[in-house]
Design a protein around this ligand. Structure first.
Ligand code: NAD
Length: 251
């Protein structure tokens, strides 16, 4: 139980990778705050699942890119759970729009959620942890697209590559105060976000051909790496970005 006595807050946890991370963290002993912009039964049933593992769970609906909602989320979570030890910045959105047709709104929406939310949630978390003189851990979720070109992602790909720089720079400022910061770049993971690719055998076979393992990953396979980075086993790891992609970037 490498995360025993820790409390993790996961954004975008209603489904997909965030849900997988929350499940793995709970199974390794963490109490979990499940947060998402959606108000849905999926969050309630995940919280029930976590409680079934003997861990505490809390559901908070919040837009991870909105300062007022994020401040209020941490206030509620800190009060009810005692403290937060681990922040997983997972909330993200992807749209596919050719560069020449992209609107200001489409650029803003993707960068606001993918990049600003990780900066904002981290800032609110770090301010609280440092004021309380508590150590902490942040795991940021980037993407394989930080290092690979897929069409129609001139907003998404830069937002994810920037998370690598965000990770390094935040780490440089807060690691001396006891907060480690790392990033995971997932490859193709089977979630609602990628459902449309999974249903297109013509597209899927092309992508799988670029992946050494020849298969998509599962959310729990990101969860196990996130749990490792969040644990004391990774006590000397900070400022780093890791591709967890079945051998895509390296092929
Ligand atoms: P998903 O769409 O299945 O789930 C994302 C969740 O984030 C949803 O529940 C959604 O409601 C929530 N969300 C969206 N905007 C939010 C906001 N402003 N505030 C709070 N919650 C919000 O996606 P996923 O595949 O599980 O992806 C999770 C993360 O992993 C994203 O950051 C995504 O970019 C990244 N990623 C996914 C893959 C993949 O193959 N699935 C690959 C690389 C990176």
């Amino acid at each position: 139980m490498k995360l025993a006595n820790k409390v993790a807050l996961v954004t975008g946890a209603a489904q997909g990778i965030g849900k997988g991370i929350a499940e793995v963290m709970a199974s390794k002993g963490a109490d979990v705050v499940v947060s998402d912009i959606k108000s849905c039964e999926q969050m309630d049933s995940l919280a029930e699942w976590v409680r079934g593992k003997g861990r505490r769970a809390m559901v908070i609906r919040a837009d991870a890119s909105n300062r007022e909602q994020v401040e209020s989320m941490f206030e509620r979570a800190w009060t009810e759970m005692g403290a937060i030890d681990i922040l997983v910045n997972n909330a993200g959105i992807e749209t596919i729009v050719p560069f020449l047709e992209m609107t200001d709104e489409q650029w803003r929406d993707v960068t606001m959620v993918n990049l600003r939310s990780e900066w904002l949630c981290s800032q609110v978390f770090c301010r609280r942890a440092i004021a309380a003189k508590r150590p902490g851990v942040i795991v940021n979720i980037g993407s394989i697209q930080a290092g690979r070109v897929l069409p129609g992602r001139t907003h998404y790909a830069p937002s994810k590559l920037a998370i690598e720089a965000l990770t390094r720079n935040m780490s440089a400022e807060v690691t001396p105060m006891g907060i480690r910061v790392n990033c995971i770049h997932p490859g193709l993971i089977e979630t609602p976000m990628t459902d449309w690719v999974m249903k297109r055998p013509d597209l899927l076979s092309g992508v799988l051909g670029q992946i050494s393992m020849g298969r998509p990953g599962q959310p729990c396979e990101i969860g196990t790496v996130a749990a490792f980075l969040a644990s004391d086993e990774a006590s000397y790891v900070t400022g780093q970005s890791f591709y967890v992609d079945g051998g895509w970037i390296g092929k």
